[in-house]
Design a protein around this ligand. Sequence first.
Ligand code: GLN
Length: 283
Amino acid sequence: MNKLSKLTAFLLTAAMAVSMSACTANSTAASPSAGNSGSSSSSAAAQTSVEKIKAAGKVIMSTNAEFEPFEYKDGDQIVGIDVDIAQKIADKLGVKLEIKDMAFDSLVTDLKSGKSNFIAAGMTVTDDRKKNVDFSNTYFNASQAILVQKGSALKAPSDLNGKKVGVQQGTTGDTYCTNEDGKSDVKVGSVSRYNKGVDAVTDLINGKIDAVVINNFPATKFEQKNPDKIVKLDKALTSEGYAIAVQKGDEALLKVVNEVLSEMKSSGELDKTIEKYKAALGA
Ligand code: GLN
């Protein structure tokens, strides 16, 4: 009797333990999936871009790696000022950085279609682009420089009037030279558009065009690579600011991007990064 009640007690305890652990197992198994299905269905719409990026474990930056020192290829790697900033953004999000390289004038469409999370491409803030993307605070002040052949008669921006000018397709240099908004002071004769700045420079060296209008930094780089063939004019055509673009309305990611930029600005890291690449450029 005694033995039996002991055995019963033991069996009962065991049974309870089993059912309790089953219960625990059930509840642990059930709750995340319930939570998941709850959050993926009911809060999928409410899930922010940042939550999605964290869940995916990666953030996708799109760029045009033909814009030294902001983004360019070093062997099979894409490096540059924008890549360093993008890496900080990925670090802040705690995810991996993936870089997609494409033609500059495909960047906005690609971002709009959701194939990337942000554009970091030395991209100038313009009213026209603002219709399609949202911009972060600016992180670099740039200008549109003019490259001409060494010894050229072209000495100042106004000398571009009526001349053949090469630009990088879809850039602010392109917009200015084609006078898309009718606001340009200088009226160039014809515009040749290139996918890569380097191809425009080759045509300039070969005398196929009279000048290349391109951002100041890469212009300096091209001048240094071809010191006896081309020169950069002292006076620039325009001044502008670079920023990172996110999808329209993507406030969550924009906030993170702006936080990273202001942290990099106040810690002096942004200046250091720019100086590092300037030094590599010899500028
Ligand atoms: N800053 C220029 C623009 O936004 C050029 C950028 C680039 O060629 N990567 O149009």
